[in-house]
Design a protein around this ligand. Structure first.
Ligand code: UD1
Length: 421
């Protein structure tokens, strides 16, 4: 088991660059399955989730060359259409590989994906959309087999909820469909816009990404492409919050403030001084943070992935803040650990709401990550606590943050990652 050991009372100060986006990298890597021509992606973060995804591509028969954020992939000789169950289970976004395999070969076998245990996270919307595209679905023991003997034909698909993964999966599965596919009530997240941009660079025809209606006109082939993926808006938000909770000042470069406006507005409402430029954000924390209320919502609303992170910061704000989680049913597991560190938190599980009454003091404790963003929230709490905080199960955090230890150290934190036996 890996743990972060954090000496508290830090002040986060300095300049740091944002990494490539985890949530954009995963579906964009899947485009390499769809496209038999060689592709090269830049700015892919070196994190556990991208490593596992690339491992799956290799097992499927793709050639993968990785070098310092630059990944070249050739799926010309790909032969295997089954995603191994053990790897499928390691993260949620493996499910979008299914849409890419299906789109390319009209056949894919996979199992239910894993990922952070933050709610039920079914894949019914994905499977229903595949059916709408004319695919037969057969569930046998642990595997789901999708196939069609005829060609896949574009369809009008209405999502009951603007699911990010389902929107990505439908786009991937319909790039080669005959005719036109319309996704209604599509997710509008920036990562979807990045996926569409990448596919269009390859020769696909995806229109309307970033709106709730996406149209995909089927094409016959894709071509060789280089693509640089967007930066990680949630990592940027996390680092801004690290400065906010420690009373510090941070400049994040190589980031896109446009993708994070809702979080920036909330940090401003808390009293932070924020300066944005085209590619950078500077945040200076106030002496005393103010309370706020937040409800998570699909983009452009407040992102659920930032909910645990901002909660950690609110343990330091004056007054009582209220946070309602509207996307996932079980995303407050970090609250127990924050309480152990001295935070005053009331959890109303029925309503999926927490109330956080700010206190100036958090104390170092041994706590445990239970999911990726909840784990990161505990690291931030540890930076501002008195004494030493040990955040166990750091593996969750390593799934989604590139070089977090190095970045925080550069900004003045006393943090190290240790293997604990
Ligand atoms: C993606 C992000 C994740 C983020 C989430 C919401 C990646 C790799 N992960 O996850 O970081 O927190 O979007 O912004 O990009 N749902 C169903 N049936 C389905 C699909 C989803 O009921 O078939 C529900 C989920 O249980 C959840 C909600 O829809 O309650 C949103 O899920 P979704 O947008 O699909 O999230 P992910 O794509 O899994």
């Amino acid at each position: 088991m890996l743990s972060y050991i954090i000496e508290g009372n830090s002040k986060i100060e300095g300049t740091v660059e944002a990494s490539g986006s985890k949530n954009a990298a995963l579906p964009i890597i899947a485009t390499a399955i769809l496209n038999p021509e060689p592709v090269t992606f830049y700015n892919i973060p070196d994190i556990e989730d991208t490593r596992i995804t690339l491992q799956i591509l290799k097992l499927l028969g793709c050639k993968v060359y990785a070098d310092n954020g630059r990944i070249s992939i050739s799926s010309k000789d790909m032969h295997n259409k089954t995603i191994p169950k053990d790897l499928m289970h390691k993260l949620r976004s493996t499910v979008v590989l299914a849409g890419a395999i299906l789109g390319r070969f009209k056949e894919a076998t996979f199992s239910y994906p894993g990922g952070c245990n933050i709610g039920k996270r079914p894949i019914d919307l994905h499977l229903k959309a595949f059916k709408d595209l004319g695919v037969q679905i057969e569930e046998k023991e642990d595997y789901i087999h999708c196939s069609t003997k005829k060609e896949m034909i574009g369809a009008k698909i209405k999502l009951d909820f603007p699911s990010v993964g389902a929107t990505e999966n439908i786009i991937l599965a319909s790039v080669y469909c005959r005719g036109v596919t319309h996704i209604l009530n599509a997710a509008k997240e920036p990562e979807i816009q990045d996926l569409a941009k990448c596919l269009n660079r390859m020769g696909a025809k995806v229109y309307g990404a970033g709106t709730s209606r996406i149209t995909i006109c089927g094409v016959k082939k894709l071509h060789k492409t280089d693509y640089r993926i967007m930066t990680d808006r949630i990592e940027t938000g996390t680092l801004l919050c690290a400065a906010a909770i420690t009373n510090g000042t941070i400049k994040i470069e190589n980031t896109n403030p446009e993708n994070l406006l809702n979080v920036l507005f909330k940090l401003k409402e808390m009293g932070c001084n924020i300066l944005i430029n085209k590619n950078s954000i500077t945040l200076k924390a106030p002496k005393t943070l103010k309370r706020i209320d937040i409800e998570t919502a699909p983009y452009p609303g407040f992102p659920t992935d930032m909910q645990p992170i901002i909660s950690a910061v609110l343990t330091k704000a004056e007054g009582t803040s209220m946070i309602k989680e509207n996307i996932f049913e079980n995303r407050f597991k970090y609250a127990l650990d924050l309480k152990k560190m001295g935070a005053k938190i009331n959890l109303n599980e029925d309503k999926n709401i927490i109330e956080i009454t700010g206190t100036s003091k958090l104390k170092g404790e041994t706590v445990s990550s239970r999911d990726l963003r909840g784990g990161a929230a505990l690291v931030l709490a540890g930076l501002s606590a008195t004494g030493v905080t040990i955040v166990e199960n750091a593996e969750y955090i390593l799934r989604g943050y590139e070089n977090l230890e190095e970045k925080l150290k550069k900004l003045g934190a006393k943090i190290k990652l240790e293997k604990v036996v």
